[in-house]
Design a binder for this molecule. Structure first.
Ligand code: AMP
Ligand code: TRP
Length: 332
């Protein structure tokens, strides 16, 4: 059976962009694949983190994933630092990945900015750790957003060059599963900026923990233009805020943008925003309620993660054993 692996960083609370752009698809993929989902705390450590906050965010993200529908019985859900294979394989891969490949990575250039000399080695080798995450499980498919495509390409190059150098067909070349076409969710305050947990304004995003009142208020205050909604998708061109709200509506209703416009086209924003808020509250409040229940029961969530790590190790350990053997370490 094909196996998917995906990871998400525990850097802040999950918002509707993460949900509609990534996690909602993960939930669906559990039906078709043997699925492994990882809270990648070691990736979060590539930029400074407060230790207590990182621990809390890791537990809360795991709880949010379960509340959103990741089923820990069918899938494996675990924390990256609980399985040592990730860091060991990252080291082994760092001995087959040329600097030239890493120098091409645009995310490092963006994150390091002008202070390249002060950037940490971990930020630079981040994509090698990501390759290790995926290949430690011989995963064949990786659901990721557009922004991670380059890292996945590097993963394929590392797998291919390892196989070639050692004359084996060991690591698969994992395929990207680029997630749901329409769902790049933009900020509610600026239709040209991605909805992001790093935006200082909480009014820019809908958090998975927001209640119906907060959701309604945020949509009411969301930036729009004075025109009513068009009846065809072409009418959304040059109207990023209108397009964004419609994208969110369509994703939540599980219909295409054209179908959403057939339903809501011609409406004034005051009406449409109220409908959107009702729909969002209806879809998100069961998740928020489940999340509150899980956060009140940290023992359960930790048990899930402990069990996930045991099952993850059972897959990754033999892969590590074979990788070391291929590379020539001594077994005694
Ligand atoms: P991040 O929180 O940026 O590490 O992203 C976690 C996952 O959510 C990744 O798969 C991203 O591609 C996805 N994601 C983050 N922000 C958005 C957004 N505004 N719209 C759609 N997907 C997003
Ligand atoms: N780098 C990914 C992100 O920032 C997270 C990630 C880490 C990941 N390891 C992964 C995604 C492995 C897919 C597969 O979104």
């Amino acid at each position: 059976m094909n196996r998917i692996f995906s990871g998400i960083q525990p850097t802040a609370k999950m918002h509707i962009g993460n949900y509609l752009g990534a996690v909602r698809h993960w939930v669906r993929l559990q039906d078709q694949f043997d699925a492994i989902f990882c809270v990648v705390d070691l990736h979060a450590l590539t930029v400074p983190q407060d230790p207590e906050e990182l621990r809390t965010a890791t537990r809360e993200l795991a709880a949010t994933l379960i509340a959103a529908g990741i089923d820990p019985k069918r899938s494996i859900l675990f924390v990256q630092s609980h399985v040592a294979a990730h860091t060991e394989l990252a080291w082994l891969f760092s001995c087959v990945a040329p600097l030239g490949w890493l120098n091409r990575m645009t995310q490092f250039k963006e994150k390091a900015g002008k202070k390249r000399e002060q950037a940490f080695l971990g930020l630079y080798s981040y994509p090698v750790l990501m390759a290790a995450d995926i290949l430690a499980y011989l995963a064949t498919h990786v659901p990721v957003g557009e922004d991670q495509k380059q890292h996945l390409e590097l993963t394929r190059e590392i797998a291919g060059s390892f196989n070639h150098r050692y004359g084996v067909e060991f690591f698969p070349l994992p395929e990207p599963q680029i997630l749901g076409s329409a769902t790049r969710v933009m900020s509610l305050r600026d239709g040209t900026a991605k909805m992001s947990k790093s935006d200082p304004s909480d009014f820019s995003r809908i958090n998975m923990t927001d209640d119906a009142d907060a959701i309604a208020l945020k949509f009411r205050k969301a930036r729009t233009d004075p025109e009513p909604l068009p009846s065809e998708p072409a009418g959304l061109e040059g109207r990023p805020e209108a397009a964004n709200l419609l994208t969110i509506y369509a994703a939540l209703a599980d219909i295409s943008p054209a179908e959403a416009l057939a339903r809501c086209g011609g409406a004034q924003f005051s009406t449409f925003k109220a409908e959107l808020a009702d729909l969002a509250a209806a879809k998100l409040s069961p998740i928020a309620a489940e999340l509150r229940r899980l956060l009140a029961d940290p023992g359960y969530v930790e048990g899930v993660l402990r069990d996930g790590a045991v099952r993850a190790r059972a897959i990754a350990d033999p892969v590590m054993e074979r990788t070391r053997e291929i590379m020539g370490t001594l077994r005694v």
